[in-house]
Design a binder for this molecule. Structure first.
Ligand code: C2E
Ligand code: MG
Ligand code: MG
Ligand code: MG
Length: 280
């Protein structure tokens, strides 16, 4: 029946079905099974040095290929996984898989500096086992700690600040990097930012979108980059979709960029030519 109606309506119809189905499912058991049955996979999006064009790293982005629902995006299942606690299993799997893949790429390409950025949710970060999980993933993969960067949003960093700071310090002592994801989108205050042992700021896509047409956005991005430099932090612009945005970011001395203008998230095999520097 759905096939007979117009294109948009088919999409809306299946999106609605998707949503209803998601609600009907017992997500916890399904998600647990997803980990065991290899239904999760990672896409990798290159993070590029704006000045040289070299791929410095990738960001690992999880996806769920559900046997009935098809592809489920992280925004749809990560919040649920956090609620039920299955995020710990998922997170462990993501860490291990991303580290193993990056080590494989390092061996394959001879680029020993190739790094990976892994998203970590607040719930996961609060778990007493978290630092142990990170150590285990590094040990299993033999990936140098300096090649692993954990991404946390400023919002999740400010939850339970004292314990977050302790965990961050521990990770920094290991040599692992810490990136502030979606920077500027939360309730960050300079007072907190000053205390956080972060190493990288990822400028939220919302500020990049109208960068070359909106003077306020440009002023804000410029200030973020300058502040980052002052605090000894590198900056990554997220969601760079056009060459104009990229050119502007280069002028503003942003260090790295990530976005559709450079490369979308890809399956590991598809990303290989990019990390090998064969394709730009
Ligand atoms: P994020 O960490 O801020 O990731 C960036 C999102 O922007 C990704 O969506 C990516 O596919 C998308 N993106 C990349 N370039 C562009 C662009 O040029 N334009 C636009 N419009 N979008 C772009 P994705 O993969 O759907 O992930 C959504 C969010 O889910 C992530 O936001 C992150 O917060 C979370 N997430 C993804 N993977 C994981 C994971 O393994 N663990 C946890 N805890 N969260 C994850
Ligand atoms: Mg991220
Ligand atoms: Mg982000
Ligand atoms: Mg995000």
């Amino acid at each position: 029946r759905a096939k007979k109606v117009g294109g948009n309506r088919v999409e809306r119809y299946s999106a609605q079905m998707n949503e209803e189905a998601l609600h009907r499912l017992e997500m916890d058991s399904h998600l647990r099974k997803a980990v065991e049955e290899n239904e999760l996979f990672l896409c990798y999006q290159p993070i590029v040095d704006i000045h040289t064009g070299a791929v410095k790293a990738t960001e690992a982005l999880v996806r769920w290929r559900h046997p009935k629902l098809g592809l489920v995006r992280p925004d749809e299942f990560i919040p649920l996984a956090e609620e039920t606690g299955v995020i710990h299993e998922i997170g462990r799997w993501v860490l291990r898989t991303a580290c193993l893949q990056t080590k494989r790429w390092q061996k394959m390409t001879g680029n020993d500096d190739l790094a990976v950025f892994v998203n970590v949710s607040a719930v996961q970060f609060q778990h007493e086992r978290f630092v142990g999980d990170v150590k285990q993933a590094l040990r299993q993969s033999q990936l140098p700690p300096s090649c692993l960067h954990l991404e946390l949003t400023e919002h999740s960093m400010l939850r339970h600040l004292p314990s977050t700071l302790r965990t961050m310090d521990e990770l920094r002592r290991l040599g692992v990097g810490i990136a502030v994801d979606d920077f500027g989108s939360g309730y960050s205050s300079f007072h907190y930012l000053k205390q956080l042992p972060a190493t990288i700021l990822k400028i939220d896509r919302a500020f990049i979108e109208h960068l070359h047409t909106n003077a306020s956005d440009e002023a804000i991005v410029k200030a973020m980059i300058t502040m980052g430099r002052g605090l000894g932090l590198e900056t990554i612009a997220e969601g760079v979709e056009t060459v104009e945005q990229l050119d502007r970011l280069r002028d503003l001395q942003c260090t790295y960029a990530q976005g559709y203008a450079l490369c979308p998230p890809l399956m590991a095999e598809e990303a290989t030519p990019y990390v090998a520097g064969v394709r730009k």
